[in-house]
Design a protein. Structure first.
Ligand SMILES: NC(=O)C1=CN([C@@H]2O[C@H](COP(=O)(O)OP(=O)(O)OC[C@H]3O[C@@H](n4cnc5c(N)ncnc54)[C@H](O)[C@@H]3O)[C@@H](O)[C@H]2O)C=CC1
Ligand SMILES: N[C@@H](CC=O)C(=O)O
Ligand code: NA
Length: 436
């Protein structure tokens, strides 16, 4: 048989240890599919001598010198599952420039500075694959960068963070508290090393940037993405959504648009939103992810599966390893980055959205008129108003759902409502998506 393709594995945590396991369990099949065996040349870890349970690997392969391992002549492919910006960026640039193909799950790095990695890959004539970086096991990036290259994608909408979906699903189904649900998601290996990245929406925003870049053939970075996490979603919001026949999900929405000058643009946002319980994304529970792609000729496509966890993510990593190993043996490379469209990113204020707003107000004549006047001043049209006694005798709860309006006008409306005499408090503000 042909000589082995040798891998440097950087990181041996949740994902890395499952990569090692799968490489071991599937070795014969992988070799048959590639046409050469895969061998681990070394595994870079932070600490030697850590108890790694029954991991099927020779302890002599562990090293703390990641860069030294990457530079070794007997390393063909670098698999990075450490995460973070540095030192990962330096390692991967070094590997790619030296012509060593890279497989990475590092969405934070790709979204912050994917351009540097793509440029290094082009310079070194190496492959850069990152299927695991978005929506874990779900084959999504390769369909975007290969299968759909004959079509024009207009919109990508989805749930791309498993941890927050796990938390919101638990809050909705069992009334579980935020903290206990986050602890469980962390134990199950879904959360990032610092779970702030999940709950504050940074992880989903990074994925949104990667998706938008691939879908619209442009460069979108994490900084271009409007981001809101789920830390301000309360049990009252969840109950309020339920009362309206809705559920709350952390959505990623990337869409083409046109600005006032008629130029084509993209908008990319991540925020919690109410969606009708009948919407297909409402049924996506646990740590599952789902992504809708709307393309001109293909119409609607939906991708669904496990978006987080060691084994599902390792599945995507290994799929990429097989692809780059085959390319290497065939002496070919995947198509390089396609960013020719170079589209400007539209500010969030111009995004057209709808709001669901709950207010505690004084229960007396003229209040509704005063509140409605604020909406009118900002040219925000009200779709429905519901009033219920708030329990305090002199107060009432108003629940208002708007028609579509620019986000800046909606935000300004909420700001003015907060200052209104008759408004005791704005108890909940949520965007509404998907026809509720
Ligand atoms: N856990 C999941 O469900 C998913 C994770 N990812 C991504 O995969 C990557 C890895 O994630 P996890 O395995 O969950 O994280 P983890 O925190 O379990 O593993 C990372 C490992 O890298 C090691 N490490 C840190 N600095 C190092 C250094 N300088 N040299 C060598 N090793 C070092 C850590 O000790 C740790 O064992 C991240 O980029 C993450 O965003 C992507 C999809 C899903
Ligand atoms: N922390 C991430 C892991 C996968 O990307 C998530 O919860 O989705
Ligand atoms: Na994926």
């Amino acid at each position: 048989m042909t000589s082995p393709v040798r891998l440097a594995l950087l990181g041996c945590g949740t994902v890395g240890s499952d990569v090692v396991r799968l490489l071991h369990e599937q070795s014969a099949d992988l070799a048959a599919r590639i046409g050469a065996p895969l061998e681990i040349a070394g595994i870079a870890v932070r600490r030697l001598g850590r108890d790694r349970g029954d991991l099927p690997v020779d302890p002599a392969l562990f090293t703390t010198d990641a860069l030294g391992l990457i530079k070794r002549d007997d390393v063909d492919v670098v698999v990075e599952v450490v995460g973070g910006i540095e030192p990962a960026r330096g390692w991967l640039v070094e590997a790619l420039r030296a012509g060593k193909s890279v497989v990475t799950a590092n969405k934070a790095l790709l979204a912050e500075d994917g351009a540097t990695l793509h440029d290094a890959a082009a310079e070194g004539g190496a492959d850069l694959y990152y299927e695991a970086s978005v929506a874990g096991a779900i084959p999504l990036l390769r369909p975007l960068r290969e299968s759909l290259h004959g079509d024009r994608i207009n919109r990508v909408t989805g749930i791309v963070n498993g941890t927050t979906n796990f938390i919101l699903s638990a809050m909705d189904a069992t009334g579980a508290g935020f903290t206990e649900a986050l602890e469980e998601a962390t134990e199950l290996g879904y959360a990032e090393a610092d779970p702030t990245a999940d709950v504050e929406g940074f992880d989903a925003a990074a994925k949104a940037a990667i998706l938008a870049s691939l879908a619209f053939h442009t460069r979108v970075t994490a900084a271009d993405v409007h981001r809101e996490g789920i830390t301000e979603v309360t049990a009252a919001d969840v109950a309020s959504a339920k009362a309206m026949g809705c559920t709350i999900k952390l959505l990623c929405i990337a869409a083409r648009g046109t600005d006032a000058a008629g130029r084509e643009t993209v908008s990319v946002r991540v925020h919690p939103a109410m969606i009708p319980s009948t919407h297909p994304l409402a049924g996506v529970g646990d740590a599952f992810n789902a992504v809708f792609v709307e393309a001109e000729a293909a119409g609607q496509l939906m991708f669904y599966g496990r978006g987080a966890g060691g084994a599902p993510t390792a599945s995507a990593v290994l799929g990429d390893v097989v692809a780059v190993a085959r390319n290497r043996l065939a002496g070919v490379h995947a198509a390089s980055e396609s960013a020719y469209a170079d589209l400007p990113v539209r500010p969030m204020g111009e995004a057209l959205t709808r709001y669901h707003i709950s207010l505690d107000v004084a229960d007396r004549p003229g209040v509704l008129e005063g509140v409605a006047g604020v909406f009118a001043r900002h040219e925000v049209s009200i779709a429905t108003v519901r009033q219920a006694p708030a329990g305090g005798g002199s107060d009432a709860e108003l629940v208002i759902v708007t028609h579509v309006a620019p986000d800046a006008a909606l935000a300004a409306t909420v700001r003015e409502l907060r200052g209104l005499d008759v408004v005791r408090s704005v108890t909940s503000v949520l965007r509404v998506e998907g026809g509720a």
